[in-house]
Design a protein around this ligand. Sequence first.
Ligand SMILES: Cc1ncc(COP(=O)(O)O)c(C=O)c1O
Length: 480
Amino acid sequence: MSFVISKQHKSFLYEQVIALIDDMVCQGMICPGDKLPSLRAMAGKLNVSIPTVKQAYQVLEAQGKVRAQEKSGYFLQAVNASNPMPKRVKLPSQPIVVNKQQLIEQVYDAIHQPSIMPFGIANPVMVASTEKILAKLMRRAMHSMGENMLSYGAMDGLDQLKKQIVHRYLDLGLVVSTEELVITNGAQEALAIALQCVTEVGDVVAIESPCYFGIVELVESLGLKVIEIPVCPDDGVWLCDLGEALLKHDIKACVFSTSINNPLGSFMPDIRRKALVELLEYHQVTLIEDDVYGDLHFTERRGKPAQCYTSTGNVITCASFSKTAAPSYRVGWMVAGPHSAKARRLKRALSCSSSLMNQLVLADYVVSGEYDRHLKLMRKRLMFNKTQMVKALRRYFPSSARLSDPQGGCVIWVDLGTEYSGSKLFQLAIAHRISITPGVLFSAGRQYESCIRMSYGLVWNNDVEQAIALLGQLLLNAKK
Ligand SMILES: Cc1ncc(COP(=O)(O)O)c(C=O)c1O
């Protein structure tokens, strides 16, 4: 195992032990109900002290992940057998050239048809419309700024908006200056600029697997090769696999959803995020973090951006208002750190600037305090919808289907079982005006044919239930 416990790391030794145990669990090296190695054995194996291991076990106990049994030791908690998680799949160990754009295009065209049941579109704003408030703020902006609103804005973004983003990061304990912040056309442009800051055609980048297909398409369009790193359904990217890939391949950058993964909805705990940053800093590899879903967490606290843990500054954070306020506004941003100058030049060359009007409206929305109230409402409704979606899938889909357990965001990953084809179900569903996203889109290679992604970012009602029931029936004809 390449993830070494080291005093040189900035994390405490017990934190590294926890990250290691998390990885062992995800890899299936220890299973729910298993006894963990004794304190002495673990300490000996990792070359750390017994109190260090004890502290790690006690933290895991407090997190409900392990249980201490008197005179017997520590045991991994049993999982909920009625909701088995998707299984880990075998991924290519060599970097691959991506060729997915045509397939992505076909699916895109189909799911963006009007009046379709939109399980295939991840637009969580649908749970709590921002239409009225944004219209009001836009009228006010037009009234006060007149035709200035229709002019070009500052190339790297509107200062008022940048200041609001800086304040929000400060609340998370992250000090960012407006100079290192570049406003972009959505997170997608931020990710594109970030990749172009640190890679050249033919370079290898690591992406998570399963991975949001917009990133798969992006790396293909930039002529990059990809190595896929598996994501644990409840803990984020597997650090052991990443450690091995970093040793084997000349990886230039990693593009990971450090907060909440799309399509699994898995949440990477802060402690693992910190370990991720340290691992990448050790290998001098840039982390491009995709934090678009960070504010839509179901966990008690929001995860801190990985940017908080960097000592070298080699983390580029990308995010947007697309998942929380208005996807059509196309307002996102990047915290580019030492890459700021290059990021600004690329932004200018690619799209000059982002919509001034939309930036001003969003800045006013944040300042008014309404945005935070709206986020609270969104989280509540999304959590409710998730529960309803899980119940409906359990009711109408085969009992062998495996579901992820989203800790935020608006999507759930369904492994239908090896006998089913997610692509066939997609075709059948579209014919009935229901969109879903076939699993094959979420891999740079050929994985996930038996999977689909379903969005619960919509207003839950009887039509939604009926559509899931129909999908369950269509599944009977979606065998491979
Ligand atoms: C994980 C992830 N990253 C990035 C994006 C792109 O976001 P934006 O619409 O802000 O460009 C999306 C959009 O679906 C996404 O799901």
